[in-house]
Write a protein of this length. Structure first.
Length: 424
């Protein structure tokens, strides 16, 4: 009965949506987020409903259901908000501590249904603080190659094969990765099929993930030494669609192994200039995992939409990741920036107090030899490195970085600009 009511509510709300041109889920998600940030909650709900309707991935549907509930609560549509929250719980929502703190539900707190709702959400598992207990999971890579080989032999049933042998067997981490970073199964398959030379030459390098487990575990232990409060999630290696080399979710660290599989005899001629820059050699796997491990520790930092904040978060993951693994995950960027430091900083200063993320991070689509992408990583790295070098207590410096509340003050305290002025 609940499912019928929920479906009816969605249908009623969808009837308000005017005919749209075909859009990717990624585009709709971005538009929905923009509407939410602009407090256009009614418009955002419509877009989240569209995502629920179109999505192939459970985690993507779950996020859209939850976000729709947020927008409905902010509109004081209390009954509808509860309906969507209950649906989110049915879909597997387990982040009780998050919903308790979420200010979007202020209009629901104190209503008769609130405590009943919370009682339905299981208590979140305590985060693991022992680096030896973190699992490194590579089964999704093997499932991909099983599906790939079968699809190569039976091209008329490609989608059914990938669904059965790859997506239906997915780990929890892969489900999160796909929901967050890949718009659809069709998009995934289109990517694979449009890069036949690449996928015929990267198999051996993707299967090297198992070889780096000891290096990854060593980095985890090194973080424990310099930051005893650290938490250590599981690590999942998945085959994505060149939309993310690494990300995090409450499930763990999620690594797009195909973007970490460059090397001798790998054919990248089908990739654009920007996509080639996304490729990293497999030897950098421990360093990208270290980078994402630092992101997992950053929940104590202030959420801010200024470009400086984004750059510091990414650069910090590179800097502390380098401390624990021995190398930055983004060596190409750092090599390119040499000799251009003052020019890069002068350009960045024009954007740093505005929300101009796309000028400095994840801007591979506009990359060229004269306009390198992801320079925000380099900026943030240099600021964090300068702060660390000037700190008398290095362990406290790590704590300070992972709990920044004022990015402008942190920049001043880092003395980065003074350091830059002394450069030749």
């Amino acid at each position: 009965m609940k499912k019928i009511i929920f479906s009816v509510v969605i249908l009623l709300l969808l009837t308000e949506i005017h005919a749209q041109e075909a859009q990717s889920i990624a585009t709709i998600k971005k538009e929905a987020a923009n509407d939410y940030n602009a407090k256009k909650y009614k418009s955002a709900v419509k877009k989240y409903l569209k995502i629920i309707e179109l999505s192939d991935f459970k985690s993507q549907k779950l996020n859209a259901i939850y976000n729709a509930a947020c927008c409905l609560a902010l509109q004081k549509k209390i009954d509808s908000a509860y309906l969507f929250l209950n649906r989110a719980i049915e879909y597997g929502f387990t982040y009780k501590s998050h919903i308790i703190k979420d200010s979007d539900f202020e209009n629901l707190r104190g209503t008769p249904k609130w405590e009943d709702l919370l009682s339905k959400i299981p208590e979140s598992k305590s985060l693991n603080s022992n680096p030896d207990l973190a699992n490194i999971i590579t089964k999704d890579i093997h499932h991909f190659w099983e599906a790939y080989d079968l699809a190569e032999k039976d091209t008329t049933n490609t989608k059914a094969i990938y669904e059965k042998y790859y997506f239906d067997k997915s780990s929890n981490g892969m489900q999160d990765y796909m929901g967050a970073k890949v718009s659809s199964i069709d998009y995934f398959i289109k990517h694979i099929e449009s890069h036949p030379k690449l996928y015929k030459t990267i198999r051996a390098n993707t299967l090297k993930a198992d070889d780096y487990k000891k290096d990854i575990q060593k980095s985890f232990k090194n973080l424990k030494d310099i930051y005893p409060e650290a938490k250590f999630p599981d690590v999942y290696f998945v085959m994505g669609a060149f939309t993310s080399g690494g990300t995090v979710s409450p499930t763990g660290l999620l690594i797009g192994i195909n973007q970490m599989s460059d090397g001798e005899n790998v054919n990248t001629e089908e990739l654009s200039f920007g996509a080639k820059l996304l490729m990293n050699k497999s030897k950098y796997l421990p360093h990208i995992v270290a980078h994402e491990l630092i992101h997992f520790q950053q929940d104590g930092m202030k959420n801010d939409t200024i470009t400086l904040g984004y750059a510091i978060k990414e650069g910090m993951a590179d800097f502390i990741g380098e401390l624990i693994s021995g190398e930055t995950a983004n060596r190409k960027i750092f090599d390119w920036a040499k000799g251009k430091e003052k020019r890069i900083w002068a350009d960045f200063k024009k954007d740093m107090y505005y929300d101009r993320y796309s000028n400095w991070i994840a801007n591979y689509n506009t990359a060229s030899e004269n306009s390198y992408p992801d320079l925000g990583y380099w900026i943030g790295y240099e600021i964090c490195k300068s702060y660390y070098e000037n700190a008398k207590d290095k362990k406290q410096a790590i704590v300070d970085m992972l709990n920044i509340q004022d990015y402008k003050k942190f920049l001043v305290d880092s003395k980065w600009e003074s350091k830059l002025e002394k450069m030749q």
